[in-house]
Structure formats: C-alpha cells, structure tokens
Write a protein that binds this ligand. Structure first.
Ligand code: BTN
Length: 272
C-alpha cells in the first residue's frame, strides 16, 4: 500500500493533479477546493483528505467520511458554457464507473450520478459550478452577456477501504469496495485510475452523445419503474431514456416528463 501524500499523488503526473493538497483531516474537500478556486487555483487542483468532518452530499445531505475512504475534490476550469458544464456530472459518473470496473467492481449508475453495487451506494459525485457573466461584443455574438463557467468543483466520495457499518447509515443501503472485493485496494492506484478515466471522459465532453451512450450501457435506472422526488414534488413512472443533455425522460400517467434533477427510488415491480 502506498500512502497518499502530496508527493505520491503528484508523481502520478495526471493533468487533473497538477497542484495537489493532501490533508489528514478537513471539514470538506469540496469547500476547501472552492476556496482555492476562488483564490485563483488552476485547473487540475486536487484536494484530498483522509477524513472529512463535514463531508457534504447532494441536496445538502451529510456525507460520512471516516478514514479508509477516498474523499476528493477537483478544480476544473473548462472555459465552457454552462450548458456544457452541466454535462460534468454524467461524464464523471461514466469515468468513475469505468475506473471501478477496472478493479472488478460491478458498479452501475443510478440517475443522475449515484454509483451502486447491487443496489447499494458505493460512491457519490457532486459537481458544483461557479458561473461568471461575460459581456460579449455585440457584433460577435449579439447584445447582452454570455454565461461562462468560471470553475467547477467536482467532488468524488468513494467508500473504499472501510466497512459499511463505519459509515453510520443502514448497512443495507451502502456498500464499500472492501465489502465487495473482500480486500483493500491501494488508494494511490485507485486514485490514478480515477484520474485517468475522469480525464478521458471530461476530455470528450463536447461529444456528449458518446458519453451518454456509455452511460446508457452502464446504468441501472432506464427501463425501471421509479419514483422521483424533485423540489418536494413526487412523480412515478417508467424511466424511458436520457435526453440530449442527460435529462431523464419519465413516462408518467399524464405523459412524458423531462427531469434535470431529482432523487430516484426504484420501485419494486409488483408494487408498481
Ligand atoms: C452524493 O450525495 O451522492 C454526493 C456525495 C459527494 C461526497 C464527496 S466526498 C468529497 C467531496 N467533499 C464533500 O464534502 N463532498 C464530496
């Protein structure tokens, strides 16, 4: 096992780890990466912490982050529009899934970006953008402003070398790489693989249809009856497909609804 340190991570020479910060304990790598990005940290700044005391998940939820997991956030400065930036979540889900599969873990993606092993969550992904409005010359693009993404903070929380009970949530809901593989993985090797596959997927983000094709192959949501909670509203139906921007097309009794966010719960077929 190689210890995760600034030196060992930098030795990977990944374009996504040009500037590396490794902490023993931190509130949240997501918050630290955001602070660094606000101070001008470049694309490829990577913040890792062995423990997080205030790890954050989607929808403001707490994210348990004891020792043994891989808790990391990346500063991305893609220089792209908000529309393309919104694709980061799914590109990252595909990249992390491919990385975990390369270690023999049969991960599937639950829309939009939870990674599950046999229905239990093993990894969460959180992509948060900071947008700046750039005035554009009238004769070039038309009057007004174009919204550009200043930076994206891409957080990955991977339950790696720990037991499900260490995470403080009901064991039937979570998995860890240890519980699936029956052994621990070298976190540096794991990180190397994650950075490699993330770089590949983010590098082809302009070809989003190709990423969505892989997402379709790797997912466990499409074709299922699901209940989706979105802004307090609950919808039920069959998850039909993804639209061109990664939105979920849900066949409800009242017609097809397109969802850009929400929490999906898979329904048992017999109760649907
Ligand atoms: C989810 O709700 O599924 C997303 C979880 C994201 C957790 C990661 S752990 C590293 C980074 N730091 C945080 O505080 N959150 C993200």
């Amino acid at each position: 096992m190689t210890a995760l340190s600034k030196e060992s991570v930098e030795s990977l020479e990944s374009p996504l780890a040009r500037s590396v910060v490794v902490h023993e304990t931190l509130g949240s790598t997501q918050e630290r990466a955001r602070e660094l990005a606000s101070e001008g940290a470049p694309h490829g700044t990577l913040v890792v912490s062995k423990v997080q005391t205030g790890g954050r998940g989607r929808l403001g939820r707490r994210w348990g982050s004891p020792a043994g997991g891989l808790w990391m956030s990346l500063v991305l400065r893609p220089g792209i529009s908000t529309q393309v930036a919104a694709r980061t979540t799914q590109a990252a889900a595909v990249g992390v899934t491919k990385a975990l599969r390369s270690f023999g873990v049969e991960v599937r993606i639950k829309w939009p970006n939870d990674l599950l092993v046999q229905g239990r969550k093993v990894c969460g992904i959180l992509a948060e953008s900071s947008v700046e409005s750039v005035p554009v010359a009238a004769k070039k693009v038309g009057p007004g402003e174009r919204r550009l993404v200043d930076f994206i903070i891409l957080g990955v929380g991977l339950n790696a070398n720990l037991d499900p009970r260490d995470l403080g949530v009901p064991g039937s809901e979570v998995a860890t790489l240890r519980s699936e593989l029956g052994r621990d993985l070298d976190l540096l090797e794991l990180l190397e693989s994650l950075l490699h596959y993330l770089d590949v997927e983010l590098g082809r983000i302009e070809d989003f249809e190709a990423i969505l094709e892989d997402w379709r192959t790797l997912n466990c949501t499409l074709g299922e009856r699901v209940r989706v909670t979105r802004f307090g509203e609950v919808l039920e139906g069959v998850a039909l497909d993804l639209g061109p921007d990664g939105e979920l097309r849900l066949q409800t009794r009242d017609g097809i609804v397109e969802l850009f966010e929400g929490e999906v719960e898979q329904l048992r077929r017999e109760t649907a």
